[in-house]
Structures are given as structure tokens and as C-alpha cells.
Design a protein around this ligand. Structure first.
Ligand SMILES: Cc1cc2nc3c(=O)[nH]c(=O)nc-3n(C[C@H](O)[C@H](O)[C@H](O)COP(=O)(O)OP(=O)(O)OC[C@H]3O[C@@H](n4cnc5c(N)ncnc54)[C@H](O)[C@@H]3O)c2cc1C
Ligand SMILES: NC(=O)c1ccc[n+]([C@@H]2O[C@H](COP(=O)([O-])OP(=O)(O)OC[C@H]3O[C@@H](n4cnc5c(N)ncnc54)[C@H](O)[C@@H]3O)[C@@H](O)[C@H]2O)c1
Length: 485
């Protein structure tokens, strides 16, 4: 057994791990990064990038099929060649992975250990059966993996996760996607537009990551008009039938329907990879998902020498968060015991569906919890259905709701589905991080004719409800009865 003593060991060589390794190296002499699987990061290999490549192909065919309302007819059949679609997805994906691998190659060989690590002591990691690493500080950056009901394993090779989709050589005929969350919506809609016969099944009516019931209802209706989406599906059975899967469910009219599909894609959420790390051997505080609880500003856990970052932290499983958290965790693991608070940015998330979905700052659910009970939450909204520029471009589907604090007028969050949501979300996230008020946001320039004029309408709507003499927030935050002391 090889024995190594190091200042910092980083478990995981994904986005968070690479970021942590680089940050720790700024302060500590001996830093190692332990990676059990392939290098290249989840984002580039099987996440953000290949999913957006598939979506780009779907957008191309969708545009080609929807020129007629502009008075433009495309002659002849619009053909999707699945093999060429997947060739481009994989070619471009490999290019992105290649850039990551170049970065990994530039790390000295002595700093990289191949194998899966697990704790065998507070400061000791066992890597496969070949190396023991004794580390003064440790960063857990092990990412996450798809989570789905174990019973589905009986579907064998007909059950797929996102990783498998991006390895297809051709597009299949039919797919049932379970989980209309972020991955399910993005992949499901893209496959549908590329000609795959899809059914998307959810539970409890949840669509995307939204928490605002009005925006969620709009999203549900919009996507269900385009392809079969059962957000509250009553699935009675899922069984393998030869090379297909047979699914029986009750439709909205309570009638039994049976479909046969080539594949089931499980997009039912992801779980942090912390369950096989031997954490039970440590006296570390865990949350209800078994994830080490960490201070979001330092990423330090309840054990002062252990830090956590990226999807493994169960905070915000997004790429830019993984990079930020990795930097903070690595920096502090390197400089310990002199920790520094890192920069945590305003929350922003985007679903690359069409229309796009985006959320900024506090969710509606959290805003309601914090301010709703004492009537201090004011909201404004806009529909994009008659919004000038959106209508010009025939992108006039969607709604945006903004949330603010009564009295102060502080902008606290927004949820939306609509055109250019990725860009609007950035404007809003920047305003949120600058702690701007609704009147300050309305003082900013708005060009004409742009989709952002819709945002201005929503801001004016909330501004009309703002009463700056009202000190209800002050009363609310000290209100013992409503539990917000
Ligand atoms: C289909 C899909 C689309 C997505 N799209 C977006 C998007 O558009 N925008 C966005 O912001 N986010 C997106 N995400 C989320 C984003 O990809 C993740 O938040 C991000 O990649 C997480 O990075 P990470 O470093 O935490 O994990 P990873 O990159 O997964 O790295 C973790 C690494 O740890 C290794 N590992 C695990 N256990 C051990 C162990 N015991 N020992 C050693 N090594 C170990 C793994 O092999 C892995 O390489 C998407 C995710 C998916 C699945
Ligand atoms: N554009 C992006 O930024 C992007 C894209 C993809 C993934 N991601 C990240 O990856 C994470 C995981 O994505 P995800 O889509 O797997 O998770 P998710 O939590 O967004 O969605 C899971 C969905 O599956 C549903 N579900 C759970 N069990 C089910 C069952 N048995 N049958 C049917 N539906 C079921 C849930 O109700 C939920 O709607 C996201 O939270 C996000 O952070 C981000």
C-alpha cells in the first residue's frame, strides 16, 4: 500500500474539484486531487454542454418548421438525420471535454491520484486498494448522480440516464421521460422537436424548478400543448416487453392508456455522491440527505479540516456554483486555520427549454414563507403574450413575476417563463446582488422595442403597490407570532 502525506487532498476532479485544487495550490505545498472516474467534468461530458448541443439542433428544426406565419414557406421536407445530429453533439462535446483535459494534463502527475477515495479515519483516505492518503485538510467535491426508483433497474438496457443519451449514435423512435424537472424538460422537448415520440411523466404537478404556482401553471399548459406532458401522472405499471418498455397510466379523463417505448429516461433528480465516502466513520454533522452541513461562506463543515464543494454540497447544483464553491473550499483548505469568507453570488438558474424558464434571488415559496404571513410581500407581473417585441418575433408566450418587500421596495426575487429569459434573469440577478430597489431598477435605461420592456411593465406593476411609508417589514421581522423573529 502506497502511503502519502499531504497538506490538502481534494476528492473529485470535476468542476468543483479542479477549482478547489487550483485554489489550494496557491497556499499549500503538497496538494493532491483524487479522481475515480473519467476526467472531463460532468458539465462538459454529460451535462450542460451536450444537452445544450442537442437543444440547439432541436431549435434549428423548430425554426425551420415555423416560418409560415411570417409569410415564408420552406419548400420540401424538413428532414432530421438523427445520426448527423448525434455526430455533431458528440463532436462538439468532445471538443469541450478536450479543453478540460488539456487543463488536467497541465497538472503535475504527482498531484493526481486515480481511484475512488473513502474515509478510513478523520485525516486518512483509502484510494481503491492501492494508496492511503494522510491529509491535514480534505475537500469533498464528488458531484452527484441520477437518483431513480430502484425497481426500474429491471428494465435493463431500456432504462437510460442523461449520460447514455449523449452516447447515442442515432435518435430512437420513442422515449418516455420520467421527471419534468430541469433535465426532463430540456431533453424531453429537444427529443420531441427532433422527431422522437416522447411522453413526459411527473409526480405531484411539479414542472421545472418553479415554485410560483401561476408561473408553474403557465409552464405546464405551454409544454403540454406541445407534447404529451402528464405533470401529475398516475402510472400503473412500467414493464419490459421484448426490446421495448410498456407503460400503463391513467390519463386526465381517468382512462387507461398503454404506450410502448424504446427507452425510459430517468430524470427524476440527482443525489450527492457522499453515501459511499465512509462519512459514518466521522463525527461530522449531516443534513437530512446525509450531506455534510457546510457554512456557505467558507464551505467548512462541522469538522474544521473538512470542506465540501459543488453538487456534493447539496446547496445549488449548478455549474457556476460548483466553480465558486470549489474556489472557496480550496482557498480555505489551503490557508486554514485562517479562513476567509468567499463571494457567494445572487442565485440564478435557467432552464434552456422553449420558452426558457428562469429564477433569480429568493424563490416565491421562500418569499412567501418570509414575508407572506405578515402581508409584506408585493408582486408584479407581466404577460409576454401581447408584449411588443415578443409578438414581432412570434415569441409571445410566457409570464414574469417579480417579488419585492413592502416598505423598502427591495427587489427580492423573480420567477419566469418566456422569451430571452436567460438574459432577463441576468439583469435581475445583477440588480439583486446590488440590492437594488424597484424604483432604482425603474431608473435604469430600457431600449425600444425590446423584450426587457416587458420586465419594466412588471416592475411598474409592483411599484404601483409599493407604499414607502409602510414599515410592515420592520414589524414583520420582529413579529414573534409569525415565527420570524
Ligand atoms: C444533463 C445535465 C445538464 C446540466 N446543465 C446545466 C446547465 O446548463 N447549467 C448549469 O449551471 N448546470 C448544469 N448542470 C449541472 C452541472 O453539470 C453540475 O452542477 C456540475 O457539473 C457539478 O460539478 P461538480 O464538480 O460538483 O461535479 P462533477 O463534475 O460530477 O465532479 C465530481 C467528480 O468526482 C468524482 N468522484 C465521485 N466520487 C468520488 C470518490 N469517492 N473518489 C474520487 N472521485 C470521486 C466523479 O468521478 C466526478 O468526476 C447539468 C447537469 C446535468 C446532469
Ligand atoms: N439548465 C440548467 O442549469 C440545468 C440543466 C440540467 C440539470 N441541471 C441541474 O441538475 C439538477 C438535477 O436535475 P433533474 O432534472 O434530474 O432534477 P429536478 O429535481 O430538477 O427534477 C426532478 C423531477 O422529477 C420528478 N420526479 C421525481 N420522482 C419521480 C417519479 N418517480 N416519476 C416521475 N417524476 C418524478 C420531480 O417531481 C421533479 O419534477 C437540477 O436541479 C439542476 O441543478 C441544471
Amino acid at each position: 500500500m502506497k502511503q502519502l502525506s499531504v497538506d490538502v487532498a481534494v476528492i473529485g476532479g470535476g468542476t468543483a474539484g479542479l477549482s478547489a485544487y487550483r485554489a489550494a495550490k496557491e497556499h499549500a505545498n503538497r496538494v493532491v486531487m483524487i479522481e475515480g472516474g473519467p476526467y472531463g467534468t460532468t458539465c462538459a461530458r454529460v451535462g450542460c454542454m451536450p444537452s445544450k448541443l442537442l437543444i440547439a439542433a432541436a431549435e434549428a428544426v423548430h425554426h425551420a418548421r415555423h416560418t409560415s406565419p411570417f409569410g415564408v414557406d420552406v419548400e420540401g421536407d424538413i428532414k432530421v438525420e438523427g445520426k448527423r445530429v448525434m455526430e455533431r453533439v458528440k463532436f462538439e462535446r468532445d471538443r469541450f471535454v478536450g479543453f478540460v483535459l488539456e487543463g488536467v494534463d497541465s497538472i503535475p502527475a504527482d498531484d493526481k491520484i486515480q481511484g475512488y477515495a473513502r474515509f478510513v479515519g478523520d485525516h486518512t483516505l483509502q484510494v481503491d486498494d492501492h494508496t492511503q492518503v494522510h491529509a491535514a485538510r480534505i475537500v469533498i467535491a464528488t458531484g452527484s448522480r441520477p437518483a431513480y426508483p430502484g425497481l426500474w433497474d429491471k428494465l435493463g438496457d431500456r432504462l437510460l440516464i442523461n449520460d447514455d443519451v449523449f452516447d447515442w449514435d442515432d435518435l430512437p423512435n420513442s422515449v418516455a421521460v420520467f421527471g419534468p424537472g430541469v433535465i426532463g424538460l430540456e431533453l424531453g422537448q429537444a427529443m420531441h422537436r427532433l422527431g422522437v415520440n416522447i411522453h413526459l411523466f411527473g409526480v405531484g404537478g411539479q414542472v421545472g424548478p418553479l415554485t410560483d404556482p401561476d408561473v408553474m401553471a403557465y409552464a405546464n399548459k405551454t409544454f403540454a400543448e406541445e407534447f404529451p406532458l402528464m405533470a401529475d401522472a398516475r402510472v400503473e405499471s412500467i414493464k419490459r416487453d421484448g426490446d421495448q418498455v410498456e407503460i400503463t397510466y391513467l390519463d386526465d379523463n381517468n382512462e387507461t392508456q398503454t404506450i410502448r417505448v424504446d427507452y425510459v429516461v430517468a430524470a427524476t433528480g440527482r443525489r450527492p455522491n457522499v453515501d459511499k465516502l465512509g462519512l459514518e466513520k466521522l463525527s461530522i454533522e449531516l443534513d437530512d440527505r446525509g450531506v455534510p452541513v457546510a457554512d456557505p461562506l467558507t464551505m467548512q463543515t462541522s469538522l474544521e479540516h473538512i470542506f465540501v464543494a459543488g453538487d456534493a454540497s447539496n446547496q445549488l447544483p449548478l455549474l457556476h456554483e460548483a466553480a465558486d464553491q470549489g474556489r472557496i473550499a480550496g482557498d480555505n483548505a489551503g490557508r486554514a486555520p485562517n479562513l476567509e469568507n468567499g463571494l457567494r453570488r445572487s442565485a440564478i438558474s435557467v432552464v434552456f427549454s422553449d420558452p426558457q424558464i428562469a429564477m433569480v434571488g429568493m424563490t416565491y415559496r421562500d418569499a412567501q414563507k418570509r414575508l407572506g404571513s405578515c402581508d409584506c410581500l408585493i408582486t408584479g407581473e407581466v404577460s409576454f403574450e401581447n408584449q411588443g417585441r415578443s409578438r414581432v418575433m412570434l415569441k409571445n408566450k410566457g409570464m414574469l413575476r417579480v417579488y419585492a418587500e413592502q416598505g423598502t421596495g427591495l427587489f427580492i426575487g423573480a420567477e419566469m417563463i418566456g422569451p430571452a429569459a436567460e438574459h432577463m434573469a441576468h439583469l435581475l440577478a445583477w440588480a439583486h446582488q446590488q440590492q437594488m430597489t424597484i424604483p432604482q431598477m425603474l431608473d435604469m435605461p430600457f431600449y425600444h422595442p425590446v423584450i426587457e420592456e416587458g420586465l419594466r411593465t412588471a416592475l411598474r406593476d409592483v411599484a404601483a403597490k409599493l407604499d414607502t411609508d409602510n414599515n410592515c417589514v420592520l414589524e414583520c421581522v420582529t413579529c414573534q407570532e409569525c415565527g420570524i423573529a
